[in-house]
Each structure stands twice: as structure tokens, then as C-alpha cells.
Design a protein. Structure first.
Length: 693
């Protein structure tokens, strides 16, 4: 038996079993969700730390520092300025005295000044693990605010890793959570407009939400294997909601279509499960395969994102095959309840997309050339794409960023330091002599730490080349260098892995090498176009006011790779759905050109609605303060929009029409064979129509 037919039988069997015992299926689904949540609460979530996030030599050095109790202490600086030196001195004295009393402060040093004492700098050494500096700055920030309130003529600003991390954490907690909550009513409104009925709109949201809730519990289990970053949960919510709603929307639209065409409830569900259910599985596996590519990087941050998002997609696919048909069986024609009198009836084919599909398939070469030219034009800016690991996450007007700039302007030239971990402590003095007289030596348990002023970032590579093998270099500059090197090394592997898996899945599903190559090529074009728009927006300044960011002339280094694996997987959603519908038309005896037009026309409503939902969800990202979230949101929204329009509406049907018999094949399926899969030929008898179902 062909693998496609086998998969259709499996999805149909799952739906039939769920529909026979719908209440039990819904109960089991709720127990599954509750089980994930309970297991997560009992296990607890292991959060990603700086030591966990590192790669390469710097990561090994950080682990050695932790084992030797040589992690050092987190440093903060407080800048005090006024037009009167006496007022600045008084505020500095009061601040220093109060800061020394804080339980999280280890030492206070206030010996730097300029402008004849009108500007002073206080250096603060915090207690505790430097990786948790954000947890130790609350008292310091309160003291800064209190001193500034009392000394109204003195400006007091705190800067450092702890205050910056705290600011980022507050943004993640506040703004991402707000975005998540905002996405729910937006999605419900779009679904209501798509279905024209409140009950039908609520069902996809139910599947999306329960899938996300289950995945959030499962993240705690995943964190025991690879620690979870705080931003991962927000990505899981938004991506899980997007795919969960998409899959449900495809399923419900097809089931309602089958009912309108005269099938009874059982036959309609059977046909939907064998067609859309199969497409959902193929699409979900493709998305998961794309996300799995991130595991090849060996970067813990990427691994946690990949595993968590793979989990939510897998849960959404499982729900689409089980609880969704169960809910549809329970509701029956009540799925159309909640229709407002003035709402138009939805369903059927789109006249606009039908006309465009017919025009495209009549002139496939011209249509494909136009679509490709537009995608290439949009992708052109990607040739100038620059990435950087130093693009600040926070907007320039955030207090933490304002304070950091003020400190740099007032006391410029303070050198960054590199940490040399000497695993042979007896050689510490010799190593220190090799790097210069300014080195500071600290001895620990089985290792020694040498702190060296870093004149420029290229000094990290020179130190590694010149120093013995038993010396490891770490520090902020070394961490960034190792991260960038790992990205450069693994990105080609990830891309090759994703493309290879996509080819395998397409060949397994459609058994056509030309078709698989064409689909992969179109997806690469759409991803390239999204990258082009990303580059044009964020490496330039023309969109700064509209999106609320400051251009740094580069893209955050990890955004392109993460966007690629997510977008490449999501871009297959609409392609697979259209191709499955084209294959149905081919089974019914249509020519490749006619089948291509019918495939686009029949899926237009579902794909347009799904794309609007997904674009709306991703469009929330650019409203967030973190610049990397803005970048991902723009790239994902543009990519989905292009896939749902240029690729699905023009390039794909044109390519299928051009490929002819080498593309989507009927495989000689008879009407009987097609009906066995739950797909009736267009000329087959129907049951009595039940109205607008």
C-alpha cells in the first residue's frame, strides 16, 4: 500500500475512534493536558543561566571557574551629576553610606570624579552568583531612587549587567504576557469573521489553548534535559496558538464543506480525516523537522527553543487527529450556532482566488516568472545582510540603556576585561607575565583566575593563539566570539538538514522529484524575501519611528537561523494543504492544470483565514520593546503573508501546471480507490444536502 494511502487510513481511523466515543476522547484529552501541567508543577522548571548558554572554550572556562569558586562578583556603577560639586559630593556620600548597608552589596568604591567634582562614579560590588545579578539589584535601585528624590538637583543613574538583565526580565514578563493575552481576542474575532459563527470560532481557539497549556507543563520536563530561557515560553504560546488554530481551521472548514455538499456527519468527518487530517500530519512533521535542525547547533538556548516548540506542534497535531473530531462529533450541526443575523454566510469557493487560479494555470510560465521576480526583488536586500551579537535588546530610551550611555560618555575608555582560567595554578605567575603587568591573579580550588584588560575584541583570538593549552579564555567578548563562531559553523549544517528532511517528506508524500525540488525552491524564495524585508527595515532607519526601534546597522545574530527553521516549516502548511487538494482533483480525473486551479480555489477560504490569524499573531511581536522580538515578528509575518499569497496563489499552481504529469500524480487511482480513502470523485452521488452545515 502506498504510504499516502496508509497515512490516510490511520488519520481516518483515529477520527472514527474519537467520533465513536467523543466524551471519553475529550475527557482523555483533558487528562493529558492536566497530566502535563501536574508533571511540570511537580518537576519544576530549570532556567537557563549564563553558564548554560555558553559554547566553545569560553563555556568550558566558565564551568572551570564555577568548580574553582572563582566566578567573581557582579559589578554595578552609579553615576551622580549636578551643576554643583558640593551637591554631587553630598549625594554621593549619602548614597555610598546607604549602599554599604544593603545585604546584597559586598563593597562600595567612590573614588572617581571629573568636572571638578560635579560628576562622580560609584562602583558597587554585589554579593552572590554573578549570573543572578538581576536578583541582587533591587535594593540598589531603590537606594538610587531615594537619593535622587532627596537630592532633586542631582541626577542619579545605575548601570551594569544586573540592572540591564532586570530591565529585560521586566519587559519579558510585562510586555510578552500582555501580547499573549492580546492575541486571544484578536484570534477569536478573526475566526468569528472566518466562520460566521461563534461556536465554530471557539473550537480552534480551544485546541490552540489546550495545546499550549499542555506544552507549558511539558516544558518543565524538557528543562531537566536542557534549561529553558524565559523567552521560550512566549514563543511556545504564540507559535502553538498559531499552528493549533491553523490546523483546526483547516479541519473545520473542510468538514463544513463536506456537509454542505450533502454528506452525512459520519461521511463528512471520514472524508475530512482522510484528506485534511493527512495534510495536518505531513505539515506538522515538516514543522517539527525544521525545528529539530536547531539541535545541530549545540547551543543550549536553541535546543530549549527547539524542543519546547516541537512539543507544542506535536500536541497540536495529536489534538487535531483526536479531540477535534470528537468535538465535531459532539456538536454536529450545532457547530454553526452563535451566528449573528447580519453576518454573511461563509464557505464555498472564493471568486477572486478562483479567477486568479484559472488565469495563472492558463499562463503558467508568465505567472511563475512574475511571482519569482517579485520574490527575488523582495529578497535582494538580503545580499547586504549583516549580523551582530552586540545589538542591544532594549530600546535606547530604556532607563538602563540611558544610564549605560551616560556612564560611557562621562568616564570613557574603561577597558573590558578578559578572564584567563589557568588549570595549572603553579603556572599562574608565568602566564601573567606573558600577558603584561596589569594582570590580576586570584587563586581558587584547583585553578587560578587571571583578569586582563581587554583593549579590543581581537585580543581574545591573540590570547588563545599565544597562551598554553592549559589556559582558557572567557569573558563577555570571548562568549560573543564563541557564539558567533558556532553559528557560522553550524548554520550550513542546519539548513542542509532542514532541506534534506523536507525533500524526504515531500518525496514520501508525493513521489515526484521535480515537484519536491520545486516546492523547496519556492519556500527558499519566500524565506529569502522575508529576510530581504527584515534587512531593509532593521539595517536602515526609515522604519524606526513606525516600529519603535533604533537601527544598529545589523540583525541580531541568532534571529536569521531561528527564523529560517520556523518559517520554512510553517511555509509548508499552506503548500501541503493545496497539494493534497490538487491530488484529490487528480484522483477525480482532472488534468494537472485543472487540478491546480481547483486546489487553489477549494482551499482559498481556509488558507486566507489561517494566514490572517497567523499574521495577526506574529504582528504582535513588532509591538514589543525587545528588538530581537521585533525582528522575528516582522520576518515571520512577512514570510507567512508571502506564502499565503504569491506562493500559494500564483507560483505553486503555475509550477504544478508546468510540471504536468511529473508533478502531482493521480497514480491511476480509480473512483473506488478514492472513495475508500473517504474522498469522493466530483461526479459521485451525494447524500441529500443538509443546508448550510
Amino acid at each position: 500500500m502506498h504510504s499516502t494511502e496508509l497515512l490516510a487510513r490511520v488519520t481516518r481511523a483515529c477520527a472514527a475512534a474519537a467520533a465513536r466515543r467523543p466524551k471519553i476522547t475529550v475527557l482523555l484529552w483533558m487528562l493529558l493536558v492536566a497530566g502535563f501541567v501536574t508533571a511540570g508543577a511537580m518537576t519544576g522548571t530549570k532556567s537557563l543561566t549564563g553558564a548554560d548558554a555558553g559554547v566553545g572554550e569560553s563555556a568550558k572556562a566558565d564551568r572551570l571557574l564555577a568548580e574553582a569558586n572563582l566566578q567573581g562578583a557582579a559589578q554595578e556603577v552609579v553615576l551622580l551629576r549636578s551643576d554643583d560639586a558640593a551637591k554631587t559630593a553630598a549625594a554621593t556620600t549619602q548614597f555610598s553610606q546607604q549602599a554599604e548597608q544593603l545585604k546584597d552589596v559586598k563593597a562600595v568604591k567612590a573614588d572617581r570624579q571629573r568636572d571638578e567634582g560635579r560628576t562622580r562614579l560609584v562602583q558597587i560590588t554585589l554579593r552572590g552568583d554573578p549570573e543572578d545579578a538581576a536578583e541582587h539589584v533591587d535594593g540598589l535601585i531603590k537606594t538610587v531612587d531615594a537619593v535622587e528624590r532627596e537630592h532633586k538637583d542631582v541626577t542619579v543613574q545605575a548601570a551594569g549587567q544586573g540592572t540591564t538583565d532586570k530591565a529585560i526580565g521586566e519587559v519579558v514578563t510585562r510586555d510578552l504576557r500582555t501580547a499573549e493575552l492580546f492575541s486571544l481576542p484578536v484570534t477569536l474575532i478573526i475566526l468569528f469573521l472566518a466562520f460566521g459563527a461563534l461556536v465554530a470560532a471557539a473550537v480552534p481557539l480551544m485546541l490552540g489553548l489546550t495545546s499550549v497549556i499542555a506544552a507549558m507543563g511539558g516544558m518543565a520536563l524538557i528543562s531537566q534535559l536542557t534549561p529553558i530561557d524565559e523567552a521560550t515560553s512566549s514563543l511556545v504560546v504564540l507559535l502553538g496558538l498559531a499552528v493549533g488554530v491553523d490546523y483546526s481551521l483547516f479541519y473545520i472548514r473542510r468538514e463544513r464543506e463536506e456537509r454542505r455538499q450533502g454528506r452525512d456527519e459520519h461521511a463528512a468527518l471520514n472524508a475530512t480525516a482522510a484528506t485534511v487530517g493527512r495534510a495536518i500530519v505531513v505539515s506538522g512533521v515538516t514543522v517539527i523537522a525544521g525545528l529539530a535542525g536547531l539541535l545541530l547547533t549545540g547551543i543550549t538556548l536553541f535546543a530549549s527553543m527547539a524542543l519546547a516548540t516541537m512539543l507544542v506542534v506535536a500536541i497540536a497535531v495529536l489534538g487535531s487527529l483526536t479531540v477535534l473530531p470528537a468535538v465535531l462529533a459532539l456538536l454536529g450541526d450545532r457547530i454553526n450556532k452563535g451566528r449573528l443575523p447580519f453576518m454573511p454566510r461563509t464557505g464555498g469557493t472564493s471568486r477572486t482566488w478562483t479567477a486568479l487560479a484559472n488565469l495563472t494555470t492558463r499562463h503558467p510560465r508568465t505567472s511563475l516568472a512574475i511571482a519569482a521576480a517579485l520574490l527575488i526583488a523582495l529578497a535582494a536586500p538580503v545580499l547586504g545582510l549583516k549580523t551582530s551579537g552586540t545589538v542591544p535588546s532594549l530600546p535606547t530610551d530604556e532607563p538602563a540603556m540611558v544610564a549605560a550611555r551616560a556612564v560611557e560618555q562621562a568616564f570613557p575608555g574603561t577597558p573590558e576585561s578578559a578572564s584567563l582560567v589557568v588549570t595549572k595554578p603553579a603556572e599562574a605567575e608565568r602566564v601573567a607575565a606573558m600577558v603584561g603587568d596589569e594582570a590580576e591573579i586570584t587563586r581558587g580550588d584547583g585553578a587560578a583566575l587571571i583578569t586582563v584588560p581587554l583593549r579590543d575584541e581581537s585580543m581574545v583570538e591573540r590570547l588563545r593563539e599565544q597562551l598554553p593549552d592549559y589556559v582558557y579564555v572567557t569573558g563577555e567578548a570571548a562568549n560573543k566570539l564563541d557564539f558567533q563562531n558556532r553559528l557560522e559553523t553550524t548554520t550550513p549544517l542546519v539548513i542542509a538538514f532542514v532541506l534534506a528532511l523536507a525533500m524526504i517528506l515531500l518525496l514520501t508524500s508525493f513521489r515526484s522529484v521535480p515537484l519536491a525540488l520545486t516546492i523547496v525552491g519556492l519556500n527558499l524564495l519566500s524565506v529569502g524575501a522575508a529576510y530581504g524585508v527584515l534587512t531593509a527595515i532593521f539595517q536602515n532607519t526609515w522604519a524606526e519611528d513606525a516600529l519603535g526601534f533604533t537601527s544598529h546597522g545589523a540583525i541580531v545574530d541568532w534571529v536569521p537561523l531561528n527564523t529560517f527553521v520556523i518559517l520554512f516549516g510553517l511555509s509548508m502548511d499552506y503548500t501541503i494543504l493545496v497539494l493534497e487538494r490538487i491530488r484529490e482533483a487528480r484522483r477525480n480525473g482532472n488534468s494537472p492544470r485543472a487540478a491546480a486551479a481547483e486546489g487553489v480555489s477549494a482551499t482559498a477560504g481556509a488558507i486566507t483565514s489561517a494566514a490572517v490569524v497567523m499574521v495577526a499573531i506574529f504582528a504582535i511581536f513588532p509591538t514589543l520593546p525587545l528588538i530581537e522580538m521585533k525582528m522575528m515578528g516582522v520576518a515571520l509575518a512577512i514570510g507567512v503573508l508571502l506564502d499565503a499569497t504569491l506562493v500559494r496563489g500564483i507560483a505553486l499552481p503555475a509550477a504544478v501546471a508546468l510540471l504536468g504529469e511529473r508533478g502531482v500524480r493521480a497514480r491511476g487511482a480509480s473512483s473506488h480507490a478514492a472513495s475508500q480513502l473517504g474522498v469522493a470523485p466530483t461526479n459521485s452521488p451525494r447524500h441529500r444536502p443538509l443546508g448550510d452545515a
